[in-house]
Design a protein around this ligand. Structure first.
Ligand code: G1P
Length: 289
């Protein structure tokens, strides 16, 4: 029987240089998508998939994330004194339970592979989920939930992938697959291939289920694309010993680390929002006239 996926790693140490000046004093993960910080949307996805423990790999100036996932005592008391029950319920719903979060620091920006490796002791010897908070997955079923169902029936390692325009393949990890379909064996992986050399247009969308053997490969700290310790390179090595499958997410993926992806995510979620959807649609129609 496959071991259960209980823990998730969320790397949040990135400097957010693609989003300056907004991210000069605020972690990029705290920028809001409609009415919640981007990181909350991703934690919600993981909770909906049954994740019990959230491991944040943080860095300097990221304290706001830790505060966000804690009780704000003064705020709670003030809301209680003012009988603001709806707001109190909102805060409570977003909060993981006591003991469900861990924070560890990536002391230097050495790449995604290094960030994941920093979580090795907290994860231990069990399969885990990895969610890159820049990538918002929006669909009927949370992406990670579908991946965990896939993992429970097939095991192995699973990487979510989505089709991007050929012109964008050099910005992502790209996978080659055996055949079309929802659950496909990965035959090739390459991190940020040079233009015209990508094995397909299927980009790694920032959701993974990995087996713990990845840590001993990351331990070697070999540098890859951009001089960074790349997770994709470690996965290529692990794929020689264990199966890797591509998971096709039935929904939209927004790269909210880019200004245009961030704006589009706000529009998509805003238009679907129970209270804001109708007035936003009306205002947009008016503006586009
Ligand atoms: C990372 C991964 C890459 C993946 C991307 C998704 O790259 O290395 O394989 O496609 O996230 O956002 P980064 O965006 O950190 O450069």
């Amino acid at each position: 029987m496959t071991q259960k996926v209980r823990k998730a790693v969320l790397p949040v140490a990135g400097l957010g240089t693609r989003f300056l000046p907004a991210t000069k004093a605020i972690p990029k993960e705290m920028l809001t998508i409609v009415d919640k910080p981007a990181i909350q949307h991703v934690v919600d996805e993981a909770r909906a998939a049954g994740i019990e423990h959230f491991v944040f790999v943080t860095g300097r100036n990221k304290g706001a994330i830790e505060d966000h996932f804690d009780i704000q005592f003064e705020l709670d008391r003030t809301l209680r004194d003012r009988s603001k029950i709806k707001e109190l319920d909102l805060l409570a719903a977003d909060l993981p339970a006591a003991g469900q979060t861990s924070f560890t620091r990536q002391q230097a920006p050495l790449g995604l592979g290094h960030a994941v490796w920093c979580a090795r002791d907290i994860i231990g010897d069990e399969p885990f989920a990895l969610l890159l908070p820049d990538m918002l997955h929006y669909g009927k079923q949370p992406c990670l939930k579908g991946m965990i169902a896939d993992f429970d029936s097939h095991g192995g390692n699973i990487v979510a992938a989505y089709a991007v325009p050929e012109s964008d393949t050099s910005q992502y990890g790209i996978v080659g697959v055996k055949a079309a379909g929802a659950h496909q064996a990965i035959t090739e992986m390459v991190e940020k291939p040079k233009a015209g050399t990508a094995p397909s247009n299927l980009a790694i969308s920032g959701r993974y289920i990995l087996r713990p053997e990845i840590f001993s490969i990351l331990e070697t700290q070999e540098r890859g694309a951009g001089g960074e310790i790349q997770l994709t390179d470690a996965m290529i090595k692990l794929a020689k010993q264990q199966p890797f499958y591509a998971y096709h997410f039935d929904g939209e993926v927004f790269d909210t680390g880019m200004k245009i992806g961030f704006l589009l995510a706000n529009l998509a979620l805003g238009l679907d929002h129970a209270e804001l959807g109708a007035p936003l649609r009306a205002a947009l129609m008016d503006r586009l006239k």
